[in-house]
Design a protein around this ligand. Structure first.
Ligand code: PLP
Length: 280
């Protein structure tokens, strides 16, 4: 991704190449800050309000100063206009400032979309199971302490996979380092419950709104990995990857080993909800 534009809440557009944070910013020193990643479709951020809600909730959970939503929403508009890029990644950062003594800094960053997702969607991706025992604080909050998530993705890469699948010590399926996970058993879709230590994905919530219209039942719960491994299909969901089919886990094919029907129809439905045509 390439950074195209940055705006700071209360300050407006900044030079993308210039440093913005102090060296003793609490977010930099201790990873004590929160962020959001949002897909921009044809100039419109998808479900911005839901992302601002989650940013505010994450900030509260970490004990950060309350998010200044209005200034941040204005910074979003400024950064999007300055970027000149209708299809982009929008990231929000809220950090408490110098050694937590403030003032807090809110940033809106607009970057190019990562390459290769449409290609991956056509072929499906492979996952590697990584044992995961998240701390209670980190689990449901989108904090900048993502080093463990990134390390899990690196481990998956070393094991010839495209991403990790987090499974708890009790064998219960959780999520992926930057996505929620779903699978299909005939006409039924299953996804881990939000009572588990996972992030409440905005894409997950959007899909739950239209799965029934597509003719699928849905069950949220605590499911063992053994159940996922024999599913008819598996897919991940996140703001930037959208609906991404999974064709193998730990080298074993899922279903027929090709992208599945539910992932395809949900991807179309997601794009339709965003008022944006699906790639064909
Ligand atoms: N789970 C984790 C750990 C994430 O970091 C993310 C997004 O970054 C998701 C799930 C998916 O959330 P969303 O659909 O809001 O992008």
């Amino acid at each position: 991704m390439t950074l195209l534009a940055v705006a700071e809440a209360g300050r407006g557009i900044l030079v993308p190449d210039a440093p913005v944070l102090h060296a003793d910013d609490e977010g930099v020193l201790r990873g004590r800050a929160v962020f959001e990643t949002i897909r921009v479709y044809a100039g419109r951020p998808f479900r911005l309000e839901a992302h601002l809600d989650r940013l505010a909730a994450s900030a509260a959970r970490l004990g950060l100063p309350p998010v200044d939503r209005d200034s941040l929403a204005l910074a979003v508009e400024e950064a999007l206009a300055a970027s000149g890029e209708p299809d982009a990644v929008l990231r929000l950062l809220w950090t408490p400032g110098r050694e937590g003594q403030g003032p807090p800094t809110g940033l809106a960053l607009v970057s190019t979309l990562p390459r290769g997702h449409e290609e991956q969607r056509r072929h499906g991706i492979r996952l590697a199971v990584v044992p995961w025992a998240p701390g209670a604080l980190i689990a449901g909050a989108k904090s900048t302490s993502y080093a463990e998530n990134m390390a899990a993705q690196d481990e998956a890469g070393r094991r010839d996979a495209d991403d990790a699948l987090f499974v708890g010590p009790d064998g219960i399926v959780l999520e992926a380092p930057t996505s929620n996970v779903w699978w299909r058993e005939d006409r039924r879709l299953l996804t881990p419950s939000l009572e588990l230590p996972i992030l409440a994905g905005v894409t997950r919530a959007a899909l739950l709104e239209f799965v029934h219209d597509l003719g699928y039942g849905v069950e949220e719960g605590r499911f063992p990995l053994t159940r996922l491994l024999v599913a008819h299909e598996v897919f991940l969901t996140s703001s930037i990857r959208e609906v991404m089919p999974v064709v193998a886990v730990d080298g074993r094919p899922i279903g027929d080993g090709v992208p599945g029907q539910a992932a395809e129809s949900l991807q179309r439905a997601l794009r339709a909800a965003a008022g944006y045509p699906a790639e064909t």
